[in-house]
Design a protein. Structure first.
Length: 255
C-alpha cells in the first residue's frame, strides 16, 4: 500500500460523503453571486462610458471583475478548506483506523501525501467549475488570458496552503469540529495579520506583512506572478506538511 492506494481510498471517501458536494455548491453559489455583482457593476460603467467616452479610460475587466472575484473567492476558500481537511486524520484517530493504518508496511509520508493529493484534486474540481466565469466574459469583452491564469495560479497556491494548515489541525486532534475550528482560526489569523504591520512598524511590521496570506495573494488577484509570492506559498505548504508528518510519526510511536 503506497501513495496511490491511500490517494484512491481518500478520494472514494471524499466523494462518497455529502460534505464535498455541499461545500462545492456553496462555494459556487457565493462565487457566482460575486461574479454577477462585479459583472453588473462593470456593465453599468461600460454603458455610462458609451454615452460619455471620457469615463471609459480606466475600465478594465481584470480590475473591475476578475481581480475582485479572485480576491473574494480566496476568502470563501479560507472558510471552506477546513471542511475538506477536518476529517482526514481526526476521524481515523477517533475510530482507531489510523493506528491500524500505521501498522501497515507504508511510510508515514505516503499516508500524508495520499491524503493531501486527494483534497488537492477536490480543490482543482471546485476551481475548475468556476472557469465558466471568465468564459462568460467573452460575450462582453476580450479578457487577456495570462492575468486570468495568474489569478487561478494564485487560487491554487493559496488553496494548497490552506489545505496543509487544515491537515496539521486534523492530525493534532480526534475531533473533527475542533480540527475545523483550529484550522479556520489559524488561517484567518495569518490572513489578516498583515493589517497590524503598519501599526507595528519597523522590523516587526515587515515580518507581519511578510507572513500575511493576503499580502502575498494581492499580486495574483491583479494578474501578476511574483517569484517571492510563489516561494512564500511553496514554503508555507511545505512547512505545514512537514509538521503534519511529524505529528503522524509521533502518533505511530505512541501506537
Amino acid at each position: 500500500m503506497g501513495v496511490a492506494a491511500i490517494f484512491k481510498k481518500e478520494l472514494r471517501a471524499i466523494f462518497a460523503s455529502p460534505v464535498a458536494y455541499v461545500v462545492m455548491v456553496v462555494f459556487l453559489a457565493l462565487s457566482g453571486y460575486f461574479f454577477w455583482g462585479f459583472l453588473a457593476r462593470f456593465t453599468f460603467y461600460s454603458l455610462q462610458a458609451s454615452m460619455n467616452p471620457a469615463l471609459g479610460g480606466g475600465l478594465n475587466v481584470m480590475e473591475f471583475v476578475l481581480g475582485p472575484l479572485f480576491h473574494n473567492m480566496s476568502i470563501v476558500m479560507l472558510l471552506m478548506m477546513p471542511l475538506f481537511t477536518m476529517r482526514l486524520f481526526a476521524e481515523e484517530r477517533k475510530t482507531g483506523t489510523l493506528e491500524l493504518l500505521l501498522t501497515y508496511p507504508v511510510r508515514d509520508g505516503a499516508i500524508l501525501l495520499g491524503k493531501f493529493l486527494a483534497v488537492v484534486v477536490l480543490l482543482f474540481c471546485m476551481l475548475g467549475l468556476t472557469v465558466t466565469y471568465p468564459l462568460l466574459l467573452l460575450a462582453f469583452t476580450t479578457p487577456e488570458p495570462l492575468p486570468i491564469l495568474a489569478g487561478y495560479l494564485g487560487l491554487i497556491l493559496v488553496g494548497t496552503a490552506f489545505l496543509s494548515v487544515g491537515l496539521l489541525a486534523s492530525a493534532l486532534t480526534e475531533n473533527q469540529i475542533v480540527a475545523g475550528s483550529v484550522a479556520f482560526g489559524a488561517l484567518l489569523l495569518v490572513w489578516v495579520i498583515g493589517w497590524s504591520a503598519e501599526v507595528a512598524g519597523g522590523t516587526v511590521g515587515r515580518v507581519l506583512g511578510h507572513l500575511s496570506f493576503l499580502n502575498h495573494f494581492e499580486a495574483f488577484a491583479r494578474g501578476v506572478v511574483d517569484t517571492k509570492d510563489l516561494i512564500y506559498y511553496f514554503n508555507v505548504t511545505g512547512v505545514f506538511l512537514f509538521l503534519t508528518l511529524k505529528a503522524v510519526e509521533a502518533r505511530r510511536w505512541r501506537a
